[in-house]
Ligand binder design. Structure first.
Ligand SMILES: C[S@@+](CC[C@H](N)C(=O)[O-])C[C@H]1O[C@@H](n2cnc3c(N)ncnc32)[C@H](O)[C@@H]1O
Length: 276
């Protein structure tokens, strides 16, 4: 039996992951890796090393070094959270709500990490001015690299939530997106190894309760948003009620479901209805 087929059919690694790891090990595209093909001894060794690291919980995206997020491909490594499908859903919902954007449109992404939301929004709305903040210099380094590779002009600023934004954006933000940390300290040890040991802790944990950063975003968002502006914020699946309370003081709010039908997206609108 050809070696590629043997490796793909070996128990212990799901076939779609085996195929992706083989592509990394051989430097070939998945389409070029036919089950009837052969690979060299060095490639096979490299494949087994990758399988071991994957079994130890290293995210597939770190082994591949890239992740697809909506229409863009990003580099992914330990400097920032691996962008998730639920955040891609948030991006889709935000794009649909904003609809269109001209040169006067302002978009802000808080807690940008790898820059996934900011860059995918700039890709979709090239005329808009897009700003993104993060407290982590490592995450911003990765975000800048991603922006450079994609040729997208986003202003990345280091600092706490809204603090580094220029004052001229006050009451001017048409679309505010955020995927902030929302895990409670006590929940951290229970996270899957892949997340706990490979995503930065600062990207996940908000504080003792988990809603600390959501609370701060809710408190300040209204003052930065333009009238009619939209807010899309990712939340934990047990946080809907709390998020509605926090953001509902200032905005018209609702919680929408992610692709797995879990309540994960808080939507808010200033001076308008957020239900569509
Ligand atoms: C859950 S990750 C989200 C990353 C990215 N937006 C995504 O969707 O994959 C949260 C990010 O928030 C950043 N962060 C944590 N606290 C922050 C704060 N107070 N101000 C700004 N960024 C913060 C972390 O460094 C991390 O990059």
């Amino acid at each position: 039996m050809p070696l590629v087929r043997r490796l793909l059919e070996r128990p212990g690694v799901p076939p779609h992951e085996a195929e992706r790891l083989l592509a990394v090990a051989t430097g070939r595209s998945r389409r070029d890796l036919t089950a009837e093909g052969e690979i060299g001894v060095r490639e096979a060794e490299r494949y087994f090393e990758l399988v071991e690291r994957r079994r130890a919980g290293v995210p597939l995206q770190h082994l591949e070094g890239t992740v697809q997020f909506g229409p863009i491909e990003l580099s992914s490594d330990g400097r920032a959270l691996v962008p998730r499908p639920e955040t891609e859903r948030l991006w889709e919902e935000a794009v649909a709500a904003l609809g269109d954007a001209g040169p006067g449109t302002v978009i802000v992404d808080l807690c940008t990490g790898s820059g996934n939301l900011a860059l995918a929004l700039k890709h979709r709305f090239p005329s808009a001015r897009v700003f993104a903040t993060d407290r982590s210099s490592e995450a911003l380094e990765l975000a800048e690299e991603n922006a450079g590779a994609l040729g997208l002009d986003v202003t990345f600023l280091q600092g706490d939530l809204f603090a580094p934004l220029p004052g001229e954006l006050y009451e001017r933000v048409d679309l505010l997106v955020a995927n902030p940390p929302y895990v409670a300290e006590s929940e951290f040890d229970e996270l899957p190894v892949e997340v706990r040991d490979h995503d930065p802790r600062r990207a996940l944990v908000a504080g003792p309760r988990g809603d600390e950063i959501l609370e701060r975003i809710a408190r300040d968002a209204y003052w930065w948003m333009a009238t009619g502006g939209w807010l899309f914020c990712e939340i934990g699946e047990t946080q809907s009620q709390r998020a509605l309370e926090l953001f509902g003081v200032y905005l018209d709010v609702e919680v929408r479901l992610d692709l797995a039908r879990r309540p994960r997206i808080l939507v808010g609108r200033k001076g308008g209805r957020c239900c569509v």
